[in-house]
Design a binder for this molecule. Sequence first.
Ligand code: PHE
Length: 363
Amino acid sequence: MDDLKQIETDITAAINGVNDIDSLDKLRVAELGKKGRVSLLMRRLGKMTPEERQEFGPKLNGLKTALNDKISDRKNVLEEEALNARLLSEKIDITLTPTPEGKGSIHPITQVVDEVTEIFTEMGFSVAEGPEIEEDFYNFTALNIPEEHPARQMHDTFYFPEDENGKRKVLRTHTSPVQIRTMMAGKPPFRIIAPGRTYRCDSDATHTPMFHQVEALVIDKGIHMGHLKWSIENFVKKFFEVENVKVRFRPSYFPFTEPSAEVDIGCSFKDGEIVIGEGDDWLEIMGCGMVNSKVLENVGLDPNEYQGFAFGMGLDRISMLKWGIPDLRDFFAADLRWLKHYGFSCLDIPSLSTRPLTQSGQK
Ligand code: PHE
């Protein structure tokens, strides 16, 4: 049997001498491939006596594994070097002043947040915020979604590893935890909207792992479904800029509202394009309902004294509908051509602000 140590030393030196992944791959084929030195030795095992085989078999296998490990280590090193070289050569200086050719635009999501905020602030709402890395309590438990509740499965949650107290944080699956944070932080009445990023482990043409919602919450004495209905209808008219739009409330279920409904708006399809307003078709745009008395109790409010409504709406979805954007994934592809087409000029202001001034100079 040839000197295995010598073979190992030779090949190791060759591996360490290689400076790019292509050459490393060629070396692997030449030395460990079918016609390589190690495989030829392997083939000789068949002709050996059982005793010899018992001695050389493990040694040869050991050699093969050792060389394969060295190749993969070298590959990791070369890949990291290549990545570092690339990062260094592709770095951009973000402090440079923008050139006219590189002019950016306002992303449709930013525009939609501005428009929705404009509409609701004019209706007397203020804007609230909450963290995207959320505690289980705010995202689920306080919203009347206890552990083992089937609704937890529906949320395709991204969980963080357990912390030292055995608790797992989540990437918030909806903006509803902001309801809880708002109610726990202050005293009613509340009238807030909370736009922001939300996360679910889901991906296709209409779902992305990160998406956007806006939550609305109103809590006061004597709030009823009528207030909910008017607020939503008023929003829909202003947002889609159509005076006559059919709005339908379909009974539904959410653990944190009772009764609950899903809201559809009327639409029709003309030449492959959606026309919002009237027609025989319906598009679902949000979930809503009267805040469940259990949720009010969870945040220390007396349901006999205070009532309220809430709704949650997909911002990506309503911008796709408003501006006829076909694929949700493009929103997050960072393709400048797409942004040029669907983006807004930085001078575009939310739709309400563009209404003509009245004689008194007020909007
Ligand atoms: N949080 C719900 C969702 O993500 C939407 C919703 C919000 C429903 C508020 C009712 C009230 O689907």
